[in-house]
Ligand binder design. Structure first.
Ligand code: UDP
Ligand code: MG
Length: 169
């Protein structure tokens, strides 16, 4: 009884609902080749976000074309697909309050020349075509991207022991 009341409360508590927002992040082939996988993941862990899913894979051209379908008409599309298909990538799902927006802030701007120091792209890259990490730009696109890269059973629901030290309510 108490358990089901708690479950009900957590479903309707705004803070808990916000904490369940998820984003799709992917370390691109240059992040893997340059040995930056651990450093980049560490930033999201240290921020307080929760890792929900992660893979290490060489993505097919077909999957990458689907992932970047919105950009298919742009002149850089073929080189983008070639770059993303040039080696292994690390697709991930991260969870936390405002993780989509905050994730984008942590990434920095698309063109690293405009990315502030302290952001991932600001600290580690120079050109747009080698900007080492992808991050969903909205909650809706995050949901689409998560569904494209992960099966529902690959998303691990778990309670972090640090939860009450990261969130006050
Ligand atoms: N890109 C590129 N040239 C451009 C714009 C984008 O090579 O002029 C690549 C770059 O890798 C970028 C990706 O295409 O990260 C997706 O572009 P988007 O505008 O969605 O940027 P993002 O959301 O990654 O910041
Ligand atoms: Mg984008």
């Amino acid at each position: 009884m108490i358990c089901s009341l708690l479950a009900l409360f957590s479903l309707f508590s705004p803070a808990m609902a916000a904490a369940r927002e998820r984003t799709f992040l992917m370390l691109k082939p240059d992040a893997v080749q340059r040995g930056l996988v651990g450093k980049i993941i560490q930033r999201f862990e240290e921020k307080g976000f929760k890792l929900v899913a992660m893979k290490y894979m060489w993505a097919s051209e077909e999957l990458l074309k689907q992932h970047y379908a919105d950009l298919a008409t742009y002149p850089f599309f073929p080189s983008l697909i070639k770059y993303m298909n040039s080696g292994p990538v690390v697709p991930m799902v991260w969870e936390g309050q405002n993780v989509v927006k905050t994730g984008r802030v942590m990434l920095g701007t698309t063109n690293p020349v405009d990315s502030a120091p302290g952001t991932i792209r600001g600290d580690y890259c120079i050109q747009t075509g080698r900007n080492i990490i992808h991050g969903s730009d909205a909650v809706e696109s995050a949901q689409k991207e998560i569904a494209l890269w992960f099966k529902p059973e690959e998303l691990v629901a778990w309670q972090s022991a640090a939860n009450s030290w990261v969130y006050e309510d």
